[in-house]
Design a protein around this ligand. Structure first.
Ligand code: 4AD
Ligand code: MG
Length: 459
Protein backbone atom coordinates (compact mmCIF):
# COMPACT_ATOMS: atom_id res chain seq x y z
CA UNK A 1 0.00 0.00 0.00
CA UNK A 2 1.19 3.51 -0.69
CA UNK A 3 2.26 5.58 2.24
CA UNK A 4 1.12 9.19 2.68
CA UNK A 5 3.52 12.14 2.79
CA UNK A 6 2.28 13.14 6.22
CA UNK A 7 3.36 9.76 7.58
CA UNK A 8 6.71 9.88 5.82
CA UNK A 9 7.50 13.30 7.25
CA UNK A 10 6.49 12.16 10.73
CA UNK A 11 8.72 9.09 10.55
CA UNK A 12 11.74 10.86 9.03
CA UNK A 13 14.64 8.57 8.14
CA UNK A 14 12.80 5.85 10.05
CA UNK A 15 10.52 5.58 7.02
CA UNK A 16 13.29 3.70 5.15
CA UNK A 17 12.71 3.06 1.49
CA UNK A 18 9.19 4.13 0.69
CA UNK A 19 6.92 4.50 -2.26
CA UNK A 20 4.35 7.26 -2.50
CA UNK A 21 2.24 9.09 -5.05
CA UNK A 22 1.20 12.69 -5.46
CA UNK A 23 0.99 15.74 -7.70
CA UNK A 24 3.81 18.01 -8.75
CA UNK A 25 3.76 21.44 -7.18
CA UNK A 26 6.99 22.71 -8.71
CA UNK A 27 9.95 21.51 -10.77
CA UNK A 28 13.45 22.90 -11.10
CA UNK A 29 15.95 21.09 -13.24
CA UNK A 30 19.46 21.30 -14.58
CA UNK A 31 21.49 18.88 -16.69
CA UNK A 32 22.49 16.75 -13.74
CA UNK A 33 19.71 17.05 -11.22
CA UNK A 34 16.01 17.75 -10.95
CA UNK A 35 14.09 18.93 -7.86
CA UNK A 36 10.40 18.18 -7.73
CA UNK A 37 8.06 19.18 -4.90
CA UNK A 38 5.29 16.64 -4.57
CA UNK A 39 2.11 16.99 -2.53
CA UNK A 40 -0.48 14.28 -1.93
CA UNK A 41 -3.11 16.20 0.05
CA UNK A 42 -2.34 14.50 3.35
CA UNK A 43 -0.63 17.59 4.69
CA UNK A 44 0.08 21.14 3.65
CA UNK A 45 3.77 20.30 3.27
CA UNK A 46 5.19 18.66 0.21
CA UNK A 47 8.26 16.48 -0.09
CA UNK A 48 11.16 17.63 -2.18
CA UNK A 49 12.14 14.76 -4.45
CA UNK A 50 15.68 14.77 -5.82
CA UNK A 51 16.06 13.03 -9.18
CA UNK A 52 19.56 12.47 -10.50
CA UNK A 53 20.63 11.80 -14.07
CA UNK A 54 21.22 8.11 -13.31
CA UNK A 55 17.46 7.54 -13.50
CA UNK A 56 16.64 5.89 -16.82
CA UNK A 57 13.76 8.28 -17.55
CA UNK A 58 15.65 11.36 -16.31
CA UNK A 59 15.00 13.41 -19.47
CA UNK A 60 11.23 12.79 -19.23
CA UNK A 61 11.29 13.71 -15.60
CA UNK A 62 12.98 17.02 -16.33
CA UNK A 63 10.16 17.88 -18.74
CA UNK A 64 7.41 17.06 -16.27
CA UNK A 65 4.91 19.86 -15.69
CA UNK A 66 3.33 21.33 -12.56
CA UNK A 67 0.20 19.35 -11.76
CA UNK A 68 1.41 15.98 -13.09
CA UNK A 69 0.79 12.82 -11.07
CA UNK A 70 3.84 10.74 -10.10
CA UNK A 71 4.71 7.67 -8.10
CA UNK A 72 8.10 7.87 -6.46
CA UNK A 73 10.22 5.32 -4.67
CA UNK A 74 13.20 6.37 -2.65
CA UNK A 75 14.84 7.08 0.67
CA UNK A 76 14.29 10.04 2.98
CA UNK A 77 17.48 11.90 3.91
CA UNK A 78 18.21 15.07 5.85
CA UNK A 79 18.00 17.97 3.49
CA UNK A 80 21.10 20.11 3.05
CA UNK A 81 18.87 22.93 1.81
CA UNK A 82 17.26 25.39 4.19
CA UNK A 83 13.47 25.58 4.54
CA UNK A 84 12.87 21.87 4.85
CA UNK A 85 14.04 19.12 7.13
CA UNK A 86 13.86 16.20 4.75
CA UNK A 87 14.17 15.44 1.10
CA UNK A 88 13.83 12.21 -0.80
CA UNK A 89 16.42 10.73 -3.10
CA UNK A 90 14.51 8.97 -5.81
CA UNK A 91 15.36 5.46 -7.05
CA UNK A 92 12.38 5.20 -9.35
CA UNK A 93 9.96 7.83 -10.62
CA UNK A 94 6.96 6.75 -12.60
CA UNK A 95 4.98 9.35 -14.51
CA UNK A 96 1.33 8.40 -13.97
CA UNK A 97 -0.46 11.39 -15.46
CA UNK A 98 1.28 14.21 -17.26
CA UNK A 99 0.24 17.86 -17.14
CA UNK A 100 1.19 20.43 -19.74
CA UNK A 101 1.79 24.16 -19.54
CA UNK A 102 -1.92 24.93 -19.83
CA UNK A 103 -2.52 23.60 -16.28
CA UNK A 104 -4.13 26.61 -14.58
CA UNK A 105 -2.40 26.33 -11.20
CA UNK A 106 1.12 27.16 -12.40
CA UNK A 107 1.68 30.22 -10.27
CA UNK A 108 2.05 29.98 -6.51
CA UNK A 109 -0.51 32.65 -5.70
CA UNK A 110 -3.85 33.19 -7.35
CA UNK A 111 -6.74 35.31 -6.10
CA UNK A 112 -9.49 33.39 -4.31
CA UNK A 113 -11.89 34.85 -6.83
CA UNK A 114 -10.01 33.29 -9.72
CA UNK A 115 -9.71 30.00 -7.87
CA UNK A 116 -13.50 29.95 -7.42
CA UNK A 117 -13.80 29.87 -11.20
CA UNK A 118 -11.71 26.69 -11.23
CA UNK A 119 -13.36 25.00 -8.27
CA UNK A 120 -12.64 21.64 -9.91
CA UNK A 121 -8.89 22.22 -9.45
CA UNK A 122 -8.63 24.47 -6.42
CA UNK A 123 -8.54 21.55 -3.92
CA UNK A 124 -4.97 21.15 -5.17
CA UNK A 125 -4.01 24.66 -4.05
CA UNK A 126 -2.37 24.91 -0.61
CA UNK A 127 -5.01 27.12 0.99
CA UNK A 128 -7.84 24.87 -0.12
CA UNK A 129 -5.96 21.79 0.97
CA UNK A 130 -5.83 23.30 4.44
CA UNK A 131 -9.47 24.44 4.37
CA UNK A 132 -10.88 21.09 3.30
CA UNK A 133 -8.72 19.08 5.66
CA UNK A 134 -9.91 21.33 8.50
CA UNK A 135 -13.52 21.02 7.32
CA UNK A 136 -13.31 17.24 7.21
CA UNK A 137 -11.76 16.96 10.67
CA UNK A 138 -14.28 19.39 12.15
CA UNK A 139 -17.16 17.35 10.77
CA UNK A 140 -15.71 14.35 12.57
CA UNK A 141 -15.24 16.42 15.73
CA UNK A 142 -18.93 17.36 15.66
CA UNK A 143 -19.90 13.70 15.80
CA UNK A 144 -17.27 13.00 18.44
CA UNK A 145 -18.58 15.79 20.67
CA UNK A 146 -22.17 14.60 20.55
CA UNK A 147 -21.18 11.00 20.92
CA UNK A 148 -19.14 11.86 24.03
CA UNK A 149 -22.18 13.68 25.39
CA UNK A 150 -24.64 10.87 24.64
CA UNK A 151 -26.70 12.62 21.97
CA UNK A 152 -28.58 10.52 19.45
CA UNK A 153 -27.73 11.27 15.81
CA UNK A 154 -30.91 11.58 13.78
CA UNK A 155 -31.13 11.90 9.99
CA UNK A 156 -33.89 14.40 9.39
CA UNK A 157 -35.42 14.54 5.90
CA UNK A 158 -34.01 16.58 3.04
CA UNK A 159 -37.31 16.73 1.16
CA UNK A 160 -40.02 18.21 3.31
CA UNK A 161 -43.46 19.75 3.16
CA UNK A 162 -42.88 22.25 5.98
CA UNK A 163 -41.02 25.56 5.98
CA UNK A 164 -39.46 25.53 9.46
CA UNK A 165 -38.31 29.13 9.54
CA UNK A 166 -41.48 30.36 7.84
CA UNK A 167 -39.40 32.75 5.78
CA UNK A 168 -40.61 31.42 2.41
CA UNK A 169 -37.13 30.48 1.28
CA UNK A 170 -37.97 26.94 0.20
CA UNK A 171 -36.64 25.53 -3.07
CA UNK A 172 -39.46 23.58 -4.70
CA UNK A 173 -39.11 19.88 -5.34
CA UNK A 174 -41.43 18.79 -8.09
CA UNK A 175 -41.73 16.44 -11.05
CA UNK A 176 -44.46 18.50 -12.69
CA UNK A 177 -43.73 19.80 -16.16
CA UNK A 178 -42.76 23.43 -15.43
CA UNK A 179 -43.73 24.49 -18.94
CA UNK A 180 -47.19 22.93 -18.72
CA UNK A 181 -48.23 21.99 -15.17
CA UNK A 182 -51.73 20.72 -14.39
CA UNK A 183 -53.75 23.70 -13.25
CA UNK A 184 -56.49 24.02 -10.65
CA UNK A 185 -58.15 27.38 -9.97
CA UNK A 186 -55.45 29.14 -11.98
CA UNK A 187 -52.59 27.65 -9.93
CA UNK A 188 -50.36 24.58 -10.43
CA UNK A 189 -52.16 21.57 -9.03
CA UNK A 190 -49.70 19.98 -6.64
CA UNK A 191 -52.10 17.18 -5.77
CA UNK A 192 -50.94 15.73 -9.09
CA UNK A 193 -47.28 16.18 -8.17
CA UNK A 194 -44.96 13.35 -7.14
CA UNK A 195 -45.80 13.54 -3.43
CA UNK A 196 -49.38 14.64 -3.97
CA UNK A 197 -48.58 17.96 -2.30
CA UNK A 198 -46.24 20.92 -2.49
CA UNK A 199 -42.76 19.97 -1.26
CA UNK A 200 -39.35 21.57 -1.02
CA UNK A 201 -35.79 21.16 0.20
CA UNK A 202 -35.43 21.57 3.93
CA UNK A 203 -34.28 24.88 5.43
CA UNK A 204 -33.70 23.24 8.82
CA UNK A 205 -34.09 19.83 10.44
CA UNK A 206 -35.33 21.37 13.66
CA UNK A 207 -39.02 20.50 13.62
CA UNK A 208 -38.33 16.82 13.00
CA UNK A 209 -35.40 17.03 15.45
CA UNK A 210 -37.84 18.19 18.13
CA UNK A 211 -39.97 15.08 17.60
CA UNK A 212 -36.93 12.91 18.25
CA UNK A 213 -35.84 14.97 21.27
CA UNK A 214 -39.27 14.24 22.76
CA UNK A 215 -38.43 10.53 22.53
CA UNK A 216 -34.67 10.30 23.03
CA UNK A 217 -33.97 13.34 25.22
CA UNK A 218 -30.83 14.67 23.57
CA UNK A 219 -30.48 14.47 19.80
CA UNK A 220 -28.71 16.24 16.97
CA UNK A 221 -28.86 16.37 13.23
CA UNK A 222 -26.04 17.39 10.90
CA UNK A 223 -26.94 17.74 7.26
CA UNK A 224 -27.32 19.98 4.27
CA UNK A 225 -29.92 22.73 4.30
CA UNK A 226 -31.12 24.88 1.44
CA UNK A 227 -32.33 28.45 1.30
CA UNK A 228 -33.58 30.27 -1.74
CA UNK A 229 -32.61 33.55 -0.17
CA UNK A 230 -31.44 36.12 -2.66
CA UNK A 231 -28.61 37.51 -0.56
CA UNK A 232 -25.25 37.83 -2.19
CA UNK A 233 -23.01 38.23 0.81
CA UNK A 234 -19.77 36.64 1.95
CA UNK A 235 -21.74 34.79 4.66
CA UNK A 236 -24.72 33.34 2.81
CA UNK A 237 -24.85 30.22 0.68
CA UNK A 238 -27.94 28.69 -0.91
CA UNK A 239 -26.79 25.24 0.17
CA UNK A 240 -25.00 24.97 3.50
CA UNK A 241 -24.54 22.46 6.29
CA UNK A 242 -26.06 22.88 9.70
CA UNK A 243 -25.62 21.13 13.03
CA UNK A 244 -28.79 21.18 15.10
CA UNK A 245 -28.90 19.73 18.60
CA UNK A 246 -32.20 19.57 20.47
CA UNK A 247 -32.58 18.82 24.19
CA UNK A 248 -35.69 17.81 26.11
CA UNK A 249 -36.22 19.16 29.64
CA UNK A 250 -33.98 22.10 28.82
CA UNK A 251 -34.24 25.88 29.01
CA UNK A 252 -32.62 28.73 27.10
CA UNK A 253 -29.80 28.85 29.66
CA UNK A 254 -29.09 25.13 29.12
CA UNK A 255 -29.11 25.78 25.39
CA UNK A 256 -26.50 28.54 25.69
CA UNK A 257 -24.41 26.33 27.99
CA UNK A 258 -24.37 23.57 25.38
CA UNK A 259 -23.56 26.00 22.55
CA UNK A 260 -20.65 27.44 24.53
CA UNK A 261 -19.27 24.04 25.46
CA UNK A 262 -19.60 22.88 21.84
CA UNK A 263 -17.90 25.89 20.23
CA UNK A 264 -15.05 25.81 22.75
CA UNK A 265 -14.60 22.08 22.12
CA UNK A 266 -14.35 22.70 18.38
CA UNK A 267 -11.81 25.50 18.90
CA UNK A 268 -9.65 23.25 21.05
CA UNK A 269 -10.02 20.40 18.60
CA UNK A 270 -8.85 22.56 15.68
CA UNK A 271 -5.83 23.78 17.63
CA UNK A 272 -4.81 20.35 18.82
CA UNK A 273 -5.75 18.05 15.98
CA UNK A 274 -5.28 20.33 12.99
CA UNK A 275 -2.16 22.13 14.21
CA UNK A 276 -0.31 22.18 10.86
CA UNK A 277 -3.22 23.61 8.94
CA UNK A 278 -3.99 26.12 11.70
CA UNK A 279 -0.33 27.22 11.56
CA UNK A 280 -0.73 27.64 7.81
CA UNK A 281 -3.82 29.85 8.29
CA UNK A 282 -2.02 31.86 10.94
CA UNK A 283 0.89 32.48 8.54
CA UNK A 284 -0.98 33.08 5.32
CA UNK A 285 -4.61 33.96 6.01
CA UNK A 286 -4.93 35.75 9.33
CA UNK A 287 -2.04 36.77 11.50
CA UNK A 288 -2.79 36.01 15.14
CA UNK A 289 -5.45 33.41 14.32
CA UNK A 290 -4.07 30.80 16.71
CA UNK A 291 -4.00 33.25 19.57
CA UNK A 292 -7.53 34.38 18.80
CA UNK A 293 -8.89 30.82 18.67
CA UNK A 294 -6.96 29.85 21.82
CA UNK A 295 -8.55 32.73 23.70
CA UNK A 296 -12.01 31.60 22.65
CA UNK A 297 -11.27 27.99 23.64
CA UNK A 298 -10.61 29.18 27.20
CA UNK A 299 -13.03 32.08 27.53
CA UNK A 300 -16.42 32.40 29.15
CA UNK A 301 -18.78 33.77 26.54
CA UNK A 302 -20.57 37.00 27.38
CA UNK A 303 -24.39 36.76 27.67
CA UNK A 304 -26.35 39.90 26.98
CA UNK A 305 -30.04 40.68 26.70
CA UNK A 306 -31.17 41.95 23.30
CA UNK A 307 -32.51 45.11 24.98
CA UNK A 308 -29.12 45.80 26.50
CA UNK A 309 -27.37 45.12 23.20
CA UNK A 310 -29.57 47.73 21.50
CA UNK A 311 -28.91 50.24 24.28
CA UNK A 312 -25.16 49.70 24.10
CA UNK A 313 -25.06 49.96 20.32
CA UNK A 314 -27.03 53.20 20.53
CA UNK A 315 -24.74 54.56 23.24
CA UNK A 316 -21.62 53.63 21.25
CA UNK A 317 -22.01 56.64 18.99
CA UNK A 318 -20.88 54.52 16.04
CA UNK A 319 -22.48 55.33 12.72
CA UNK A 320 -24.18 52.39 11.04
CA UNK A 321 -25.80 51.97 7.63
CA UNK A 322 -28.87 50.28 9.17
CA UNK A 323 -30.84 51.78 12.08
CA UNK A 324 -30.42 50.47 15.63
CA UNK A 325 -33.74 50.47 17.37
CA UNK A 326 -35.59 48.17 19.77
CA UNK A 327 -37.73 45.86 17.64
CA UNK A 328 -35.39 45.74 14.65
CA UNK A 329 -33.13 42.82 13.84
CA UNK A 330 -29.39 43.18 14.26
CA UNK A 331 -27.53 43.46 10.96
CA UNK A 332 -24.07 42.02 10.37
CA UNK A 333 -22.49 45.44 10.92
CA UNK A 334 -24.13 45.64 14.39
CA UNK A 335 -23.21 42.05 15.22
CA UNK A 336 -19.60 42.65 14.30
CA UNK A 337 -19.42 45.95 16.18
CA UNK A 338 -20.87 44.23 19.23
CA UNK A 339 -18.33 41.39 19.26
CA UNK A 340 -15.32 43.24 17.89
CA UNK A 341 -15.63 46.65 19.59
CA UNK A 342 -17.88 46.23 22.63
CA UNK A 343 -17.28 42.69 23.87
CA UNK A 344 -14.00 41.71 22.23
CA UNK A 345 -15.01 38.07 21.77
CA UNK A 346 -18.05 35.81 21.30
CA UNK A 347 -21.33 36.98 22.80
CA UNK A 348 -24.77 35.48 23.19
CA UNK A 349 -27.63 37.87 22.60
CA UNK A 350 -30.73 36.63 24.39
CA UNK A 351 -34.47 37.27 24.32
CA UNK A 352 -35.23 38.99 21.03
CA UNK A 353 -38.47 40.79 20.13
CA UNK A 354 -41.01 38.15 19.14
CA UNK A 355 -41.92 39.90 15.89
CA UNK A 356 -38.51 39.31 14.30
CA UNK A 357 -38.28 35.64 15.25
CA UNK A 358 -39.88 32.35 14.21
CA UNK A 359 -43.27 31.08 15.40
CA UNK A 360 -41.89 28.17 17.42
CA UNK A 361 -39.89 30.19 19.95
CA UNK A 362 -41.07 30.23 23.55
CA UNK A 363 -42.95 33.39 24.47
CA UNK A 364 -41.57 35.23 27.48
CA UNK A 365 -43.79 36.60 30.23
CA UNK A 366 -43.15 40.20 29.17
CA UNK A 367 -45.42 39.57 26.17
CA UNK A 368 -43.00 41.14 23.71
CA UNK A 369 -39.91 38.92 23.59
CA UNK A 370 -39.18 35.24 22.93
CA UNK A 371 -36.55 32.94 24.46
CA UNK A 372 -34.21 33.19 21.47
CA UNK A 373 -30.45 33.28 21.41
CA UNK A 374 -27.89 34.10 18.76
CA UNK A 375 -24.18 33.52 19.24
CA UNK A 376 -22.19 36.28 17.59
CA UNK A 377 -18.47 36.08 16.93
CA UNK A 378 -15.92 38.59 15.65
CA UNK A 379 -15.53 38.83 11.87
CA UNK A 380 -18.35 36.42 11.00
CA UNK A 381 -21.25 37.80 13.06
CA UNK A 382 -24.06 35.27 13.74
CA UNK A 383 -22.73 31.74 13.87
CA UNK A 384 -25.52 30.11 15.91
CA UNK A 385 -29.24 30.75 16.10
CA UNK A 386 -31.37 28.91 18.64
CA UNK A 387 -34.15 29.09 21.17
CA UNK A 388 -36.22 27.45 23.82
CA UNK A 389 -39.29 26.13 22.02
CA UNK A 390 -42.90 26.99 22.79
CA UNK A 391 -44.04 23.77 24.47
CA UNK A 392 -47.51 25.05 25.53
CA UNK A 393 -50.08 24.02 22.92
CA UNK A 394 -52.46 26.95 23.46
CA UNK A 395 -49.70 29.54 23.28
CA UNK A 396 -48.20 27.94 20.19
CA UNK A 397 -51.53 27.80 18.35
CA UNK A 398 -52.29 31.39 19.25
CA UNK A 399 -48.92 32.55 17.96
CA UNK A 400 -49.35 30.64 14.70
CA UNK A 401 -52.73 32.29 14.20
CA UNK A 402 -51.24 35.73 14.88
CA UNK A 403 -48.46 35.08 12.37
CA UNK A 404 -50.76 33.62 9.73
CA UNK A 405 -49.11 30.19 9.79
CA UNK A 406 -51.44 27.39 8.71
CA UNK A 407 -51.89 24.85 11.50
CA UNK A 408 -53.24 22.01 9.43
CA UNK A 409 -49.98 21.07 7.62
CA UNK A 410 -48.16 21.15 10.97
CA UNK A 411 -50.70 18.90 12.74
CA UNK A 412 -47.89 16.49 13.72
CA UNK A 413 -45.84 19.29 15.27
CA UNK A 414 -48.85 20.38 17.30
CA UNK A 415 -49.45 16.76 18.35
CA UNK A 416 -46.03 16.76 20.02
CA UNK A 417 -47.44 19.46 22.35
CA UNK A 418 -50.56 17.41 22.99
CA UNK A 419 -48.98 14.38 24.64
CA UNK A 420 -45.93 14.47 26.87
CA UNK A 421 -44.89 17.97 25.96
CA UNK A 422 -42.00 19.39 27.97
CA UNK A 423 -39.68 22.39 27.93
CA UNK A 424 -37.06 21.84 25.28
CA UNK A 425 -34.45 23.86 23.45
CA UNK A 426 -31.96 23.65 20.63
CA UNK A 427 -29.89 25.61 18.18
CA UNK A 428 -28.39 25.56 14.70
CA UNK A 429 -24.71 26.10 14.05
CA UNK A 430 -23.85 27.06 10.48
CA UNK A 431 -20.99 24.70 9.64
CA UNK A 432 -19.45 26.94 6.96
CA UNK A 433 -19.50 29.92 9.29
CA UNK A 434 -17.69 27.82 11.86
CA UNK A 435 -15.03 26.86 9.30
CA UNK A 436 -14.67 30.54 8.34
CA UNK A 437 -14.28 31.49 11.97
CA UNK A 438 -11.63 28.87 12.67
CA UNK A 439 -9.64 29.34 9.46
CA UNK A 440 -9.84 33.11 9.05
CA UNK A 441 -11.23 32.66 5.53
CA UNK A 442 -13.50 35.59 4.76
CA UNK A 443 -15.84 34.28 2.10
CA UNK A 444 -18.26 31.39 2.60
CA UNK A 445 -17.63 30.36 -1.04
CA UNK A 446 -14.10 29.44 -0.04
CA UNK A 447 -14.95 26.99 2.75
CA UNK A 448 -17.49 24.80 0.91
CA UNK A 449 -16.21 22.55 -1.90
CA UNK A 450 -18.66 23.61 -4.62
CA UNK A 451 -20.55 26.70 -3.50
CA UNK A 452 -24.14 27.38 -4.53
CA UNK A 453 -25.18 31.01 -4.46
CA UNK A 454 -27.76 32.99 -6.44
CA UNK A 455 -27.06 32.45 -10.15
CA UNK A 456 -24.16 30.10 -9.43
CA UNK A 457 -24.46 26.33 -9.50
CA UNK A 458 -21.64 24.95 -11.57
CA UNK A 459 -20.16 21.46 -11.13
O1 4AD B 1 -30.68 31.21 12.57
P1 4AD B 1 -31.13 30.09 11.68
O2 4AD B 1 -31.98 30.44 10.53
O3 4AD B 1 -31.83 29.05 12.65
C1 4AD B 1 -32.50 27.92 12.27
O4 4AD B 1 -32.56 27.48 11.15
C2 4AD B 1 -33.04 27.15 13.43
N1 4AD B 1 -34.09 26.25 12.94
C3 4AD B 1 -31.93 26.41 14.13
C4 4AD B 1 -32.37 25.63 15.33
O5 4AD B 1 -32.76 26.24 16.32
N2 4AD B 1 -32.33 24.31 15.28
O6 4AD B 1 -29.84 29.32 11.13
C5 4AD B 1 -28.92 28.78 12.02
C6 4AD B 1 -27.51 29.08 11.58
C7 4AD B 1 -27.16 30.56 11.52
O7 4AD B 1 -26.80 31.05 12.79
C8 4AD B 1 -26.01 30.58 10.55
O8 4AD B 1 -24.80 30.21 11.18
C9 4AD B 1 -26.39 29.48 9.59
O9 4AD B 1 -27.29 28.63 10.24
N3 4AD B 1 -27.02 30.01 8.36
C10 4AD B 1 -26.40 30.10 7.18
N4 4AD B 1 -25.16 29.75 6.80
C11 4AD B 1 -24.85 29.95 5.51
N5 4AD B 1 -25.67 30.44 4.58
C12 4AD B 1 -26.94 30.80 4.91
N6 4AD B 1 -27.78 31.26 3.96
C13 4AD B 1 -27.35 30.63 6.26
N7 4AD B 1 -28.49 30.84 6.93
C14 4AD B 1 -28.27 30.47 8.20
MG1 MG C 1 -30.68 33.26 12.70
Amino acid sequence: MRIRIKQILEQGVGAGICSFSGWVRSVRSSKEICFIVLNDGSTVDGIQVVAESVLTNFSDICRIGTGAALTVEGCLVESPASGQKWELTARVIEIIGDADASYPLQKKRHSFEYLRSIAHLRPRANTFGAVFRLRSRLAQAVHRFFSENDFLYVHTPIITSSDCEGAGELFHVSTLDVADPPVLDGKPDFTQDFFGQKTGLTVSGQLEGELFALAFGDVYTFGPTFRAENSNTARHASEFWMIEPEMAFATLADDADLAEKFVRYLCRFALEECADDMAFFDRHIENGLIERVSRVADADFVRMEYSEAIARLQRSGASFTYPVEWGLDLQTEHERYMTEQIVGGPAFILNYPKDIKAFYMRQNDDGRTVAAMDLLVPKVGEIIGGSQREERLDRLEKRMEEMGIAKEPLWWYLDSRRWGSCPHAGFGLGFERLVMYLSGMENIRDVIPFPRTPRHCEF
